[in-house]
Design a protein around this ligand. Structure first.
Ligand SMILES: Cc1ncc(COP(=O)(O)O)c(C=O)c1O
Length: 392
């Protein structure tokens, strides 16, 4: 059978984290001890009070379809939570609850981009931005982030790349994979350029509560006058350790929210009913479990940065948020892919090459520290051994 697979599938990549996870599991099945630093998911269990709320919803028979943009109580809870945190006036009509933040990103792009539009995307970056923009027929214009400038994404870069066809800029702060946060100054200038050039800003702030050393990740919402040109994305996966529950949301102008909802309606119908009840509890219930998780990520961050910076041929900036370290390995003299592959095969250390986040990530590795401190200690020791072998 000649399936003549659709042309649009050419642009649809696959996330390397899931591929490396598959390879790592194969090695594990053969009896090898594997250190899992590849996948970006909290190792913590979802806090008990959130699970209880889901059990209650199930026991109450809350097991049917819901409105496509999510239940009213949850949209109200999100609007209140985000208005308070970001100091802007968000109404429930601005909120679309989605099946994961990933669907919010995809639907946001499908709803607003036409073939031929240009989208400015930082690189290295979370791969879903370029994939979704390409799938929508748009052209991705990358801005290479450099370590010398602390992987910042500033006004100059955006000005330089903005042309007649530019329709959107994507930002992600704190960033996956660099772990760094955008400065107030960069956000302010971006908001100004976006207003002046009539650009849509997609701002993925899914790690905004995972920040260290008492810092705060500023939001684009604090710098834009209204939701008129912003699509803000967040979700429950990272903050509340709820990756498998699949719940996220977009906040934007009402008109766009309706189109995002239509994409959801025509694909998955609605987010899972009882998960939405649990999400209300996540937002309104005790926040101590989140604070505890963040403290633990910070402890791990300190260990990871310390070990990496005394590994020969490796240097690493200190992540300010999220749960990723992005060490520079150029002095090892091998490609990121090669190092990542050898570390897995020879030492059982599963991590991602920087190129999983765009070719601009060459020379780097991404290490997720959303895993136990014992595994981090042992796995990074193996990495140190490997680096010593390579340089000897
Ligand atoms: C930057 C970023 N945005 C969005 C997502 C997707 O999150 P969700 O599980 O809500 O789809 C991830 C997951 O790794 C991420 O790193």
């Amino acid at each position: 059978m000649d399936w003549r697979i659709a042309e649009r599938m050419r642009g649809l990549g696959v996330e390397s984290a899931f591929i490396v996870l598959g390879k790592a599991k194969e090695l594990e099945a053969k009896g090898m001890k594997v250190y899992h630093f590849e996948i970006g998911e909290p190792d913590f269990d979802t806090p008990g009070h959130i699970k209880e709320a889901a059990y209650r919803a199930l026991a109450d028979g809350f097991t049917h379809y819901t409105p496509s943009n999510g239940i009213q109580e949850l949209r109200e809870a999100i609007a209140e939570y985000e208005s308070q945190r970001k100091g802007v006036d968000i109404k429930p009509e601005n909120v679309v609850v989605t099946v994961g933040a990933k669907l919010a990103i995809f639907a946001a792009m499908m709803a607003t981009l036409n073939p031929g539009d240009e989208v400015i995307v930082p690189s290295p970056a979370y791969p879903a931005y370029a994939v979704s923009a390409t799938f929508a027929g748009a052209k991705v214009v990358k801005v290479k982030l450099s370590e010398e400038k602390r992987f910042s994404f500033g006004a100059e870069d955006i000005q330089e790349k903005t042309g007649e066809k530019t329709k959107m800029v994507v930002i992600n702060t704190p960033s996956n994979p660099t772990g760094l946060i955008m400065s107030e100054q960069d956000l302010r200038s971006l908001a100004e350029i976006a207003a002046e050039r009539r650009l849509i800003v997609v701002s993925d702030e899914i790690y905004d509560r995972i920040v260290f050393d008492g810092k705060k990740a500023s939001s684009i919402l604090e710098h834009c006058d209204s939701l008129d040109n912003v699509i803000y994305v967040n979700g429950f996966s990272k903050t509340f350790a709820m990756t498998g529950w699949r719940l996220g949301y977009a906040i934007t102008a009402r008109e766009v929210a309706e189109h995002i909802m239509k994409i959801q309606l025509n694909t998955v119908s609605c987010p899972t009913s009882f998960v939405q009840r649990a999400a209300i509890e996540a937002l309104k219930g005790p926040q101590e479990p989140v604070e505890q998780m963040v403290r633990e990520y910070q402890r791990r961050r300190d260990l990871v940065v310390e070990v990496l910076n005394r590994t020969p041929g490796v240097r690493c900036l200190k992540p300010e948020g999220a749960f990723y370290a992005f060490p520079n390995i150029t002095e090892l003299g091998l490609s990121s892919d090669k190092v990542a592959d050898e570390l897995l095969q020879k030492k059982g250390v599963a991590l991602l090459p920087g190129t999983a986040f765009g070719e601009e990530g060459e020379g780097y590795l991404r290490i997720s520290f959303a895993t136990s401190i014992e595994d981090l200690r042992e796995g990074l020791e193996k990495f140190r051994e490997y680096a010593e072998e390579k340089l000897s």
